[in-house]
Design a protein around this ligand. Structure first.
Ligand SMILES: [Zn+2]
Length: 157
C-alpha cells in the first residue's frame, strides 16, 4: 500500500504528496471558512486590535497613494498576529482559509469594499487622507475599474 502522509484536515482524504493535497483542496474546499486549529486562537487584546487597525489602514492608504488606479487589483500584506486577522475578518463573506498553505484571504472590491472596511474598523471616512495643505483628498474608485484588495496574513507561525 502506498503511503499517503498528506491528510486533508477538512475531510477524510489523504494524498501521497502535497501538490495533490493542494489540488484537492482547491477543487473541493475552495471557499473554506473552517479553521481546524481555531481552538488555539485567542481573542485579541483591544490594544493589539487598535494597533492592527492603524497599521492596516495606513498600509492601504500608502499603496493607494503611490499607485493611483492604474492597477485594477492590489495585494497588500500585513504581517500581524494570526488571531487578529481571524477575529476581525471571519464574518466577512469573502473570508477563506487555505489549510495546506496556511493562508487567510479576504477580498474587498470597489466602493462597497471600501465601505465594508470602514464598517469593520468603525471609521467610515478612512479613505479620506489629509494632504499637506490641510485639506482632504478622496481616493477615487472608478466604477468600471474596481480596485480589489487582497489582504493576506503571514503564511505561517
Ligand atoms: Zn478534503
Amino acid at each position: 500500500m502506498v503511503a499517503k502522509p498528506f491528510h486533508c484536515l477538512l475531510c477524510d482524504k489523504s494524498y501521497a504528496n502535497k501538490t495533490s493535497l493542494v489540488t484537492h483542496e482547491r477543487k473541493f474546499h475552495n471557499q473554506n471558512v473552517i479553521i481546524p486549529h481555531q481552538h488555539i486562537l485567542s481573542v485579541p487584546l483591544y490594544s493589539s486590535y487598535c494597533h492592527f487597525r492603524g497599521l492596516f489602514i495606513d498600509t492601504i492608504q500608502s499603496r493607494l497613494g503611490s499607485h493611483r488606479s492604474t492597477e485594477c487589483k492590489k495585494k497588500i500584506q500585513v504581517h500581524y498576529e494570526e488571531n487578529l486577522f481571524y477575529f476581525i475578518f471571519r464574518e466577512q463573506e469573502t473570508f477563506t482559509f487555505q489549510v495546506s498553505g496556511y493562508k487567510y484571504n479576504c477580498v474587498f472590491k470597489g466602493q462597497a469594499g471600501v465601505e465594508r472596511i470602514g464598517k469593520i474598523f468603525q471609521c467610515p471616512n478612512w479613505w479620506m487622507k489629509a494632504n499637506k495643505f490641510g485639506g482632504e483628498t478622496i481616493v477615487y474608485y472608478p466604477q468600471q475599474d474596481p480596485i480589489t484588495k487582497n489582504l493576506i496574513d503571514k503564511e505561517s507561525i
